[in-house]
Design a protein around this ligand. Structure first.
Ligand SMILES: NC(=O)c1ccc[n+]([C@@H]2O[C@H](COP(=O)([O-])OP(=O)(O)OC[C@H]3O[C@@H](n4cnc5c(N)ncnc54)[C@H](OP(=O)(O)O)[C@@H]3O)[C@@H](O)[C@H]2O)c1
Length: 242
């Protein structure tokens, strides 16, 4: 089997590559600075004896999606979209380009990339689509509502895609992580019991893929936390700073 990872330089993407590689998957790793993947490529090919190829794509350059991703979609049975872009909300709000980048990488890029795989998988009559969204998409919060709103769109897209493709032998897995210890959150002081390592996240993604789960929260406690957060009445929620 072959897995394509879009956003492969992410800490989670790298660990997913290792995790699927050691289970015998050939890999196509896609990133905007693909030379940064060369050490990983060597390491996985030697340790796991699988084929690992790297490809360059900046997700802000839509004109290149088709030429890079279509051939990969035809060769893959599984795709993971794990790219994401987040900054502190004040930095995003102050800069129109950053607002656009957050909306594009966390929503539009996921939809446009995965649509290419959806079309190829429909032709083949099989496949698995895995998208990494975020708990930030489950309720808008003052601290990250631009990122959160893009992730909310991506979560809804994945849910709709699953609903559409379930009759066609194509499975869609939504990954909704809480905190993860990666370069995206390196500047934050995260509570340890609520924070997963990239390695744990990758193993949870593999398990959820094998069991054909619909939604995985990485650390199960986040399912409960989000159930509570989603149900706080708005007149109370708007006064909270969480
Ligand atoms: N860390 C958390 O606490 C957390 C929580 C919930 C959800 N998530 C989501 O989990 C996923 C994995 O994130 P992570 O924590 O592993 O963060 P990360 O290491 O910062 O990874 C982000 C990835 O997105 C890529 N990317 C950003 N803009 C791009 C562009 N224009 N073109 C191509 N690639 C681009 C980055 O590429 P470069 O390496 O070139 O920058 C990097 O590979 C993301 O979707 C994130 O939103 C993370």
């Amino acid at each position: 089997m072959t897995l394509t990872i879009i956003g492969a330089t992410s800490d989670v993407g790298r660990e997913v590559a290792r995790s699927f590689g050691k289970r015998g998957f050939d890999l196509h790793l896609v990133a905007r600075k693909s030379e940064r993947l060369e050490p990983l490529q060597k390491d996985i090919s030697i340790k796991s004896n699988v084929k690992v190829l790297i490809h360059e794509l900046d997700l802000l350059e839509f004109e290149n999606y088709e030429s890079v991703l279509k051939p990969l979609a035809e060769k893959s049975e599984v795709v993971l979209f794990v790219a994401g872009y987040d900054l502190e909300q004040e930095k995003v709000e102050a800069n129109v380009d950053k607002v656009v980048q957050v909306m594009v990488v966390n929503y539009k890029a996921g939809v446009l990339s995965l649509n290419i795989f959806k079309n190829a998988f429909q032709q083949k009559g099989e496949g698995t689509i895995i998208g990494v969204s975020s708990v930030a998409g489950e309720r808008g919060r003052a601290k990250n509502y631009i990122y959160g709103s893009a992730k909310a769109g991506f979560t809804a897209y994945l849910s709709g895609l699953r609903n559409q493709l379930t009759k066609e032998n194509i499975h869609v897995l939504s990954v909704i992580p809480g905190f993860m210890d990666t370069k995206m959150t390196a500047h934050l002081d995260l509570p340890k019991p609520l924070t997963a390592s990239a390695k744990v996240a990758a193993e949870q993604i593999y398990k959820a893929f094998k069991k054909q789960r619909n939604v995985v929260y990485i650390l199960p406690i986040w399912r409960l936390i989000m159930l509570i957060i989603r149900n706080i009445p708005e007149f109370i929620f708007k006064k909270l700073s969480i």
